[in-house]
Write a protein that binds this ligand. Structure first.
Ligand SMILES: Nc1nc2c(c(=O)[nH]1)N[C@H]1C(S)=C(S)[C@@H](COP(=O)(O)O)O[C@H]1N2
Ligand SMILES: [Mo]
Length: 302
């Protein structure tokens, strides 16, 4: 399995949490009394680099309704999920539809580290050092056909292990979708690790989508099916509350949720007196992704 460093965000090719934390302390020290500052778009170190959250923040404060709706339900019940064997069905408008074994996918993909901001629609955020591969590379493996316009994703449905799936208010399995250009964008990854370790169950083992410029709920966990289609998929949150959650769900400080402002966010791990920070357009990835939405009314296509 190759490991290649590529990132638009400033950082070095560290793969281990200890190195990250050590580096964070060094940066804090270098700032001589200033320490880590929280500015728009996450916590930044003295050199202006994005500082990932601690392993504990990332793996103990989660949204994964398959395990329950509480933030600590996913870590509490994570062990009830088995992730071996794991296959991902890639079907629909592809040249090579098949059940792809997770190990075979990993052999074919190049895993890299990507330090991304994660902004939940509930107005909290963190910074996560993911390991993963570009979704585009996986789709190339299956061979996307000409007429495909969207990608539809499904999470595992296994109520024996996912206790949250034993109640009926969500029409399981969890579904998400992307437009083809969004799916093929180099920032869009399938994450298989965090801090160089296998991704924990509560974060969506063994592989989950990460789309950093969209609200967190687009980043569907524990994916078992990827379908190429010419129809725009109806994603789970759009189905439940269509007036509140749309298909696009791009992070946008200027388009409020009907029940709360999206202008600012609470930084997880920032401590009790950490002020809220301004939310950035497209979660700070405007330069990379804005062109895909040129001419679109983002208030209408929320
Ligand atoms: N299958 C599935 N995927 C999901 C969710 C979920 O409940 N089920 N929650 C989403 C939400 S709301 C967020 S904010 C992110 C949280 O990812 P994290 O727990 O790894 O930080 O996962 C997203 N992916
Ligand atoms: Mo979320």
């Amino acid at each position: 399995m190759a490991f290649r460093w590529k990132n638009d965000l400033k950082d070095c090719d560290v793969t281990d949490e200890a190195v990250f934390l050590n580096r964070r302390q060094l940066m804090a020290g270098a700032a001589a009394g200033i320490g880590l500052a929280a500015t728009a778009g996450g916590r930044v170190g003295a050199a202006g680099e994005l500082v990932p959250n601690a392993w504990e923040d990332i793996t103990q404060y989660n949204n994964f309704y398959e395990f329950g709706t509480g933030k600590s339900d996913p870590v509490t019940y994570a062990d009830e999920l088995t992730t071996t064997p794991w296959t991902v069905t890639i079907d629909g408008m592809v040249d090579r539809p098949a059940d792809y074994a997770f190990e075979d996918i990993m052999k074919a993909m190049t895993v890299e580290e990507r330090i991304y901001r994660l902004r939940c629609v509930e107005a909290w955020s963190m910074v996560v050092p993911w390991n993963g591969f570009e979704l585009a590379d996986l789709l190339d493996l299956a061979g996307v056909q000409e007429g495909a316009k969207y990608v539809r994703f499904e999470t595992l449905y296994r109520p024996e292990e996912f206790r949250g799936q034993r109640n009926g208010w969500i029409d399981w399995p969890y579904v998400e979708g992307l437009r083809m250009d969004e799916a093929m964008h180099p920032l869009t990854i399938m994450a298989t690790g965090i801090y160089g370790r296998d991704i924990p169950n509560q974060n969506g083992a063994p592989l989950r989508l990460v789309v950093p410029w969209k609200y967190g709920f687009k980043s569907i966990k524990s994916v078992v099916r990827i379908t190429l289609t010419d129809e725009q998929p109806v994603n789970t949150w759009q189905q439940i509350l269509p007036n509140e959650y749309g298909f696009y769900s791009n992070v946008n400080p200027n388009v409020d949720h009907p029940r709360w402002s999206q202008a600012t966010e609470r930084v997880i791990g920032g401590g009790l007196f950490q002020p809220r920070i301004p939310t950035l357009m497209f979660n700070g990835y405007e330069k990379e992704v804005a062109a895909m939405y040129e001419g679109m009314d983002l208030k209408k296509f929320y």
